[in-house]
Design a protein around this ligand. Structure first.
Ligand code: PRT
Ligand code: ZN
Length: 224
């Protein structure tokens, strides 16, 4: 990999991929994207695109492996909480909140239990893919509950007897509904965001970012 080229990490395949690719196009970054390739080189700017799992993006940017990244705030906040207190760098510069990838991280429990307040969670098991964000919330709210970490199929955990409740991403609410779950408090609202490694010092790369930022602003305004 050429170190003089600005490296941007985006999600390889998933909910953010299409919007990320469209955004790069709107910024004038021409890409030759081949399905299976990890790296795509821009043909008109000194930019390389790294296509990875979204969970890897915060770490790649925090560690300076990539200069920029586009990732959901949910994934970013969880990764920062995971690194907090440790020796690894947990800092990033948030350059811009983007207008896609909106969702909320919310609590939910079996519908048949009806509406519940926070005290109901006392002593319960809550399944989630975002254990650090959930633990911080529970601490803030003074709730003693245990956190069950699941990387997928969180919404089936109550039915499978793995947990009493869940804390998962919601956009339309259809998944909760289909699984007989009732939505409670929102713990975090999230959009995709553009992040930068805080230690980036290469002047050519910084100048390129300076050039791209007004374009990004223009793209966002055009959509409003
Ligand atoms: O393979 P990789 O690890 O890269 O992808 P992934 O499967 O971890 O992530 P992916 O592609 O599902 O989501 C990427 C990002 O999109 C998330 O981190 C969020 O920032 C954002 N996003 C926006 C969402 C949703 N909306 C969303 N609805 N991510 C997940 N969901 C899931 C949710 O987990 C639940 O299963 O969709 C379901 C709920 O949707 P509704 O519409 O039924 O409420
Ligand atoms: Zn992921």
């Amino acid at each position: 990999m050429n170190n003089n080229r600005l490296r941007i990490a985006i999600q390889k395949s998933g909910r953010l991929s299409k919007d990320c690719q469209d955004l790069l196009k709107q910024l004038g970054v021409k890409l030759n994207l081949r399905e299976q390739r990890l790296i795509a080189h821009s043909t008109n700017m000194p930019i390389d695109i790294l296509r990875v799992r979204d969970d890897d993006i915060p770490g790649l940017v925090m560690d300076g492996v990539c200069d920029l990244g586009i990732v959901g705030e949910n994934v970013l906040v969880e990764a920062q909480a995971e690194r907090s207190g440790g020796t690894q760098n947990a800092e990033v510069i948030k350059l811009s909140k983007l207008d896609f990838g909106y969702c909320r991280l919310a609590l939910a429990w079996p519908q048949e239990l009806g509406p519940q307040d926070k005290s109901w969670f006392e002593g319960k098991r809550i399944a989630t893919t975002y254990p650090e964000i959930l633990k911080q919330y529970l601490q803030r709210e003074n709730i003693n509950a245990s956190v069950v970490m699941l990387t997928g199929s969180v919404e089936v955990a109550p039915r499978a007897g793995l947990a009493d409740a869940i804390c998962d991403l919601v956009s339309t609410g259809a998944t909760l509904e289909a699984n007989g779950l009732m939505q409670g408090d929102t713990i975090l609202e999230s959009n995709a965001c553009l992040i930068q490694n805080p230690n980036l010092s290469d002047n050519n790369k910084l100048a390129l970012i300076e050039k791209l930022m007004p374009r990004l602003k223009g793209v966002k305004q055009a959509k409003e």
